[in-house]
Design a protein around this ligand. Structure first.
Ligand code: FAD
Length: 494
């Protein structure tokens, strides 16, 4: 016999709810625990998983395999081409291993919930049990409701309720124990499982050798690296996070999103560590930087709660249905310029090139380019959402979809549609010395002072043009008016 833990977006040994439960059940039954990971190339396609993200996860599996092996727990990695075939394959594997129970942490996107429901039914039909547990959010979805019993759609009151709930249920932040080691005899019984190797990325998701080298230096995989990064952030930056988090040229944010997205770090651990640093049991007390950081990590929970309550956002629909009728421009030349960082707006181009260069973009700049795409270019925000997913190392459906919804004013707790970022003002405010622009837009490296934000209008036209930097593809004031009119028409068309 055996008990199985199915790893998905929870690629860590410590502080892992379902892994611990699986281990307890195995221990009680006196059988070994087997860890399973399923590579589904079709899922990667369907979910637009970025090659840099696939690479990060596969490298993380190497770390995970080693950590589990120290506990005599094998990690079996199975490639299942078609995602529909996953449940059937799991039943086969479980029968082969004589396993009666499988555990997993819950993923809240519609496809995943459906798959888990199918799987639970199929397993039950075969006399097998599946248990899917809450783990990825600090407060499980469904727990927080307004006085009228509804799901919150505005962050601030939700956040107050979230804090209150955590304070009343401090066990939500407790560290989950690691799994117990298997008996050493497991290596004899399941010897072949220990031989499993991590497969290469599917062809369509593989990186070039140069990309591999660059990205691997940027994104060290696995939970030990995650903890190291958390510790460093807590030591060096968290205290000043409040003041520096909006400056994209600073490394003042935690850079932990890749770890939260892959589950190499739990938000529970992150928030507990931050809180303890504050020497208080309160999440809303002590150092302002720490408090602000905790409130940012909470956004991740908020968006997952939103996704669970309004699952239609998984089906290409805006959260606000009255925003379904906006007539987007579908100008492909503009879209290409945006994608490649050739819009002639230095701050936008810097951010889009950071996306390609790192697989990550600073939050302020994600908002700037999302607003620019949906408002200044009047392009369908879903084109941008999709492009982000295809390139982000931290691509996470709820955070990305809701981040786009916020910026394009079609989402939950949105920017009002008539509040449109002025890219020039954003640039001057958040990259005052142009340091971020110079880093990512080499054509403008020779520019200093105010010209860097708007080279063609500020006396640097000759230099910019000689360096091959494009002129602005739209004029902001006119574009802004066009967007407001289009949004207005769209809303009234309903
Ligand atoms: P920190 O500032 O250190 O914040 C700590 C953690 O809090 C982050 O790692 C993240 O998990 C969470 N967090 C912070 N801000 C947000 C936010 N606005 N929404 C949700 N969670 C947040 N984040 C993703 O993880 N994946 C995405 O695919 C994603 N797409 C986005 C798309 C758009 C258009 C926008 C505006 C934001 C998006 N974000 C996304 C949120 C945010 O930009 C990133 O989480 C953040 O930049 C990651 O850097 P960090 O880890 O240094 O963040």
């Amino acid at each position: 016999g055996a008990v199985v833990h199915w790893f998905k977006m929870d690629l860590r040994v410590t502080d892992n709810t379902a892994l611990f439960c699986a281990s307890e059940v195995a221990k009680e039954a006196g059988v070994p625990l087997i860890a399973l990971y399923i590579v589904s190339p079709q899922d990667f396609e369907a979910h637009l998983t970025a090659p840099v993200r696939v690479d990060f996860m596969l490298r993380t599996l190497e770390v995970l395999k080693e950590d589990l092996a120290k506990l005599d727990i094998p990690l079996w990695i199975e490639t299942v081409e078609k995602r529909k075939a996953v449940p059937g394959r799991v039943v086969e594997l479980m029968s082969r291993w004589g396993a009666s129970h499988i555990f997993a942490n819950m993923e809240y996107e519609v496809d995943e919930l459906r798959r888990e429901a199918d799987m639970t039914r199929m397993l039950a039909g075969n006399g097998l049990a599946m248990e899917v547990l809450h783990d990825t959010c600090v407060v499980p979805p469904g727990r927080l409701t307004t006085g009228a019993g509804k799901q919150y759609s505005v962050y601030s009151p939700w956040f107050r309720a979230w804090i209150r709930h955590v304070h009343e249920n401090l066990q939500l932040l407790e560290l989950v124990s690691p799994p117990a080691p298997n008996p050493p005899s497991t290596r004899k019984i399941f010897g072949e499982l220990f031989e499993c190797v991590v497969p290469p990325a599917p062809e369509s998701k593989s990186l070039s050798p140069e990309e591999k080298e660059g990205f691997r230096a940027l994104w060290p995989p696995g939970e030990h690296q995650a903890k190291k990064r958390l510790a460093k952030f807590c030591e060096e930056d968290i205290g000043k996070y409040g003041e520096r988090r909006n400056i994209p040229s600073h490394t003042g944010t935690s850079n932990l999103s890749v770890h939260f997205a892959s589950g190499t770090l739990s938000t529970r651990t992150a928030i507990r560590v931050a809180r303890d640093l504050n020497n208080t049991k309160k999440l809303d007390g002590g150092n302002q930087g720490i408090q602000t950081w905790i409130s940012e990590v909470a956004w991740r929970d908020f968006y997952k709660h939103v996704l669970v309550h309004w699952p239609y956002i998984c089906m290409n629909k805006p959260f606000k249905p009255e925003y379904s009728n906006i007539e987007w421009s579908y100008n492909n030349e503009h879209f290409d310029a945006w994608k490649e960082g050739r819009t002639g707006f230095p701050i936008v181009d810097a951010a889009m090139r950071q996306l390609l260069g790192m697989g990550w973009v600073h939050n302020r700049c994600r908002m700037i380019v999302a607003s620019f795409l949906s408002k200044d270019l009047l392009l369908d925000w879903r084109m941008g959402e999709r492009y982000f997913m295809e390139h982000l190392v931290d691509g996470d459906f709820a955070s990305n979809n809701c981040g786009w919804g916020f910026s394009a004013s079609v989402g939950v707790d949105p920017q009002p549609y008539f509040r449109i970022f002025n890219p020039l003002l954003q640039s001057e405010k958040f990259d005052p010395d142009g340091e971020y622009i110079r880093k990512w837009v080499p054509e403008l490296r020779g520019l200093f002072g105010k010209a860097i934000h708007e080279p063609y209008a500020r006396g640097a036209a000759a230099l910019a043009s000689k360096a091959g930097y494009p002129k602005p593809i739209v004029e902001h004031k006119g574009a802004r008016e066009r967007a407001i009119a289009a949004y207005k028409r769209g809303i009234h068309a309903v």
